[in-house]
Design a protein around this ligand. Structure first.
Ligand SMILES: Nc1nc2c([nH]c(=O)n2[C@@H]2O[C@H](COP(=O)(O)OP(=O)(O)OP(=O)(O)O)[C@@H](O)[C@H]2O)c(=O)[nH]1
Length: 135
């Protein structure tokens, strides 16, 4: 049996007043380029998932989020070829600022049903279904 290192990534579903969710397109030159994802990223050593998300949402989207406004929703556990991704997904309905694509190729606000039309990494499939079931 092959073993892979576990990679911890925290991701957020930002939800607007119309229950649309923000997804972001990975830029050229990166792994999984062109696919749409939930904003977020890898935890730094010693960092908790919520703190990592607050940092990543600032870096990637330019918004300010309070730890208390991140609500645990579901998680992805997916074996990629070189690592095993463990990715908690948090919902967030309150933030300061307007999300901008500072590190992504594009942003889109979509309903969970509309998300099916946007190609996402394989790890995200169960998360999309979980969001469709329960927001
Ligand atoms: N943020 C995010 N990452 C995801 C999602 N789905 C998914 O498989 N991933 C994977 O989780 C990892 C996230 O790492 P990252 O965004 O911090 O790093 P990256 O690949 O952009 O590379 P780098 O920041 O080291 O240059 C990537 O391997 C990415 O493919 C998702 O919905 N959101």
């Amino acid at each position: 049996m092959s073993t892979r290192p576990v990679l911890l990534v925290a991701a957020a579903a930002l939800i607007d007043a119309e229950d649309r969710i923000l997804i972001a397109q990975r830029p050229e030159g990166k792994q999984l380029a062109g696919l749409w994802e939930f904003p977020g990223g890898k935890l730094e050593p010693g960092e908790g998932p919520e703190a990592a998300l607050v940092r990543e949402l600032k870096e990637e989207l330019g918004i300010t989020v309070a730890l208390a406004d991140l609500v645990a929703h579901s998680f992805a556990s997916h074996a990629y070829e070189n690592f095993h991704l463990l990715m908690p997904l948090f919902t967030c309905r309150r933030w300061q600022g307007t999300p901008m694509a500072l590190e992504h190729a594009a942003l889109a606000w979509v309903t969970p049903a509309e998300m099916a039309a946007f190609p996402m990494p394989p790890a995200d499939e169960p998360l999309v279904l979980a969001l469709r079931d329960r927001l």
